[in-house]
Design a protein around this ligand. Sequence first.
Ligand code: ADQ
Length: 460
Amino acid sequence: MSRIVLVSNRVADLSKASQAGGVAVAIADTLRARKGLWLGWNGRIGDRSEELNAKPALAEFDGTTVATLALSSREHDDYYTGYSNNVLWPVFHSRLDIAQFEAGYYQRYLDVNKRFAQALRPLLKPDDIIWVHDYHMIPLGMELRALGVTNPIGFFLHIPVPPAQTFLAIPEHRELARGLASYDLIGLQTKVDVGNLIDYLQDGVFGRILQDGRIRAFDRELSIASFPVGIDVDSFIGSRPKRGREAPTATTRLLGVDRLDYTKGLPQKFRAFGRFLEKYPDYRRKVILSQIAPPTRETMVAYTDIKHELETLSGSINGRYGELDWVPIQYIHRATPRKMLVDVYRNSRVGFVTPLRDGMNLVAKEYVAAQDPGDPGVLILSRFAGAAEQMKEALIVNPYDVEEMAKSIKVALEMGLTERQERHQALLDSVRSNSTYDWCRSFLNALESVGRRSTLAIPT
Ligand code: ADQ
């Protein structure tokens, strides 16, 4: 079996991966089983000399080699904050209005990818299979090809692909497409993303669909397919306590768990809850919305803006409807230990997941996995989360439609036991049949098979 070489912006702390949960655990387990190598940024921001340093620090953990590099503060500003998070993140989430197309960002983004490729080159063995992750690393495959690497290289994008017209607005879209064409396999979260990328490659850079379904672009052939990310269902079932017996009048919780990001539709969720309280006054004092929203990317303006907007909104809804013994919105702007999260999922009558755009959204799947099958809660899910493609038995909503969301809160709270059980069973079956381990396995199997017949050329 070939060794797996994984490259991503950050390397997870393998000694703590099992606590961090999510995708990192399955990746760490796969790397351990295949005596793998993981290259990424060590999270440190160093001085300018770090920019020139092509040699990664090497460490071994349980059979996996971890190779890390630091970023200089200029690289951090332009490659990470600038191009990755102020251009690609907003545009790929269809937020052209807040993208910051600044001169210099793309060049440094490319330079960092070049440096990562140079650091990786001497560590590679002829039989390695290389798996590159996410939007920070789009040009990495191209840089490896330029250094003569002929191994199979796959790329997985965790975020959505925007429609072709939006992709075309990125000044460097052609360069990004050339980077994408360097891979043998591109994995995306959904079929919609696959359609969007193929549309873009056809319209934007004149790619062609071949008879075998592969795409020809920049004189290379590549495969594009959806590999929806899943969760490890059992880790959410584990030692969960029984849902507390709730008297009919006891407070019932709607739960939101999202990084505090403008893509997650948090103001829309708060507004819908406010509208629900206005429209259905009988529910006042009986329902709360608990929103756990740990901070992320705090130095960026778009993130401080959304934080202020949420503070204002929750303050105004709580001020308008709250009582001395009932605060409608419980808003927690901190990370929560994973173990506690599982209990909160289980003790919430409704999982309320309303992103405006989301690659997948693992919280929706985690909420389902944590429910008591005998008395499950109801999932309200935005149609714009990648997860909606698989989770059709959720109450699917349009997060821009406040009225519809307010009504669906009522529907969720009033849903009878039989319907809740039927919907939950179907959702649980779908989540269970597509775990993170299945995701890792199916991507790597596909990469191994397409890699074998690849032309392995450099994109022209
Ligand atoms: P994210 O945008 O981070 O991921 P999501 O898929 O919901 O979004 O994953 C968040 C993870 O963080 C979940 O496992 C959740 O349990 C955890 N988490 C959230 N809030 C937490 C808190 N307060 N305390 C502890 N843990 C918390 C990106 C893409 C998604 C895609 C994933 C995986 O944006 O669309 O689903 O990658 O590919």
